[in-house]
Design a protein around this ligand. Sequence first.
Ligand code: ASP
Length: 278
Amino acid sequence: MSETANRMSGRECNIPPMPTHVPFSISPLGSIYNASRITNEDNMSNSLVRLLLISNSTLHGSGYLDHAEGEIRDFLAGVRQVLFVPYALRDRDGYAAKVAERLAGMGFRVSSVHQAPDPRAEVETAEAIFIGGGNTFRLLKALYDNDLLDPIRRRAQEGSLRYMGASAGSNVACPTIRTTNDMPIVEPPSLRALGLVPFQINPHYIDPDPNSTLMAETREERLLQFLEENETPVVALREGAMLRVEGGRVMLKGVAAARIFRRGQPPRELVPGARLEL
Ligand code: ASP
């Protein structure tokens, strides 16, 4: 393999190669994912993947994960132990303890990957993984540092690992983290992420406020700027929304509608209970 091909395949700098199950091609620069046209049929070409991608872990007026509890219980039915990934926050012990307590209340045992002597080995044997929210750059960097992207991706694609993400944890299920709302407080080796779905997510989506005097870009403007530079569609999840991916279908769940952004088309709305057809 040529040096360039090596670099493009990620071997040289330990960046995972392109996910193979989604209809993407890599740009000559080797750094930008371009989705080719995604049809209803190849929407999720891998029907083994099981994901629950939550916009936000706390919904205003309720407790941690309360708004998603019904969906989590259903999604994790039959699972006894969940492997938690606390890398998005600095206080990993505190975060893991909070999640362990919350999921214990739903009947699941929790172990945290940061306490394991061999994090990769934990991923290899887990039944389910939960990647919590926080700063997406910090999260992705730690996933690279611990060499966890490959085993998580492979096992999720094989259908042997159920994947649950909240916010930053949903961002890293996407081809890249280019549609996060976070600041790059640290620098991961690449913006490429797990690529378990053929679209980007923007969590905590907020609609433009017609009365706002703020001069900063609206979220919608930021996402349209993303589409000026990238072809991958974006699913903007308002707080209270979540995506359930199973059997090759992507369904919107939760209590809020999502807004779908696609290059060259006006944004459109998806209501809870509807199937996402990009
Ligand atoms: N910081 C968010 C989170 O709670 C992620 C984001 O807004 O992109 O994980």
